[in-house]
Design a protein around this ligand. Sequence first.
Ligand code: GLU
Length: 432
Amino acid sequence: MSENNGVQMAVTATAEPEHEDLFKIAVQQFHIAADVIELEDDVRGVLSHCERELTVHFPVEMDDGSVQVFSGHRVRHNSGPGPTKGGIRYHQSVTLSEVKALAMWMTWKCAVVGLPFGGAKGGVQVNPKLLSRNELQNLTRRYTADIQPFIGPNKDIPAPDVNTNPQVMAWLMDTYSMNVGYSEPGVTTGKPLVLGGSQGRSEATGRGTVFAVEEAARYIDLDLSSTRTVVQGFGNAGAVAARLMEERNKSSVVAVSDSRGGVYNADGLNLDQVTKHKDRTGSVVGYLEADDVTNEELLELQCDVLIPAALEGQITARNADRIPARIIAEAANGPTTPEADGILYDKGVMLLPDIFANAGGVTVSYFEWVQALQAFPWTLEQVNDRLRQVMQQSFQEVVKKSNEHSVHMRTAALVRAIERVSEFTRVRGIYP
Ligand code: GLU
């Protein structure tokens, strides 16, 4: 069911799940890397499953007095390295398979950048754009209450993801705090500053992606000031990445997009104007100083740096060989299929995989968690400096693995992550 068919349904109960096979893809990627390091079967068995898969169905009272039942999940993939970490997304196409894949990727992501966390993820099947603020708050509070036994500052710590934001995290933190009887800022990250959020958290994913691009450009000897950048997705991660590619690196951002489509100007976009247009109309589409392009066309535009910052499954065997970019930095989770990975590697593209390229978000979440536990805030400069160091060092580690095993960067990042997480599995042993 499309959201534009005139029926204002916030939950698409009959929708075809778009990401049926996403967990299969995540497991496939895992085995490719596990083969490279000849991972033993026992550990392979543990790491290729999610530890816990919770599904909840819960009623929400809507503004008109009617009741709608929504479905949500919270999945914990692996808690070997520590409490688990991962965002919560609100999207009409959320499925359990998708949330499981995203939880597994969170485990690898935390390990690639060396955080003391395992991976988890949550999602509610809803189109939040069709809800009022009050309905959104009701939905968030009830979902939080339903997953409450499984979250907590030392258990599993949610954060924003697609279509969730600091306000949603504030409602989550408040609901949890009301239920336990004291204020617990450590239960979530990505909170508003006033509740113990971190400086720099809201920009961290996009900023981390740009730090990653800078390191990769240095490595392949690409002068970013003479490059063109294309960004798919103009949400939190994409808009920040686009702005910083221009501001920090003088790269010309020639195309950006959102879920309705994209805009392209070969001479470079005026990002302030594009942002104003989006704020006014709800989309970048229709911005006058550019040509409209589809999201598919956008990926094939002439550019040096491509930043997919939207949803999964965008770069596939069908379009990979037509993508001209020299660096692809995955600000989104799972935008590239395993077949496309192989094609891009053969073409010599420097692909910075999601579990590294968008790890800036969870890295600053970790900083936020540390600040909350210590009740001792850091400055923006401290946050950004430490983030840059983490991204630079992790890039070097991943490149080292890529050269050592002659594998592409995704497999290299996975090798680094799996080596680290499997060590926890072995040393901790099996209970009982
Ligand atoms: N949702 C973000 C991600 O996919 C951030 C997760 C977090 O900060 O825990 O990495």
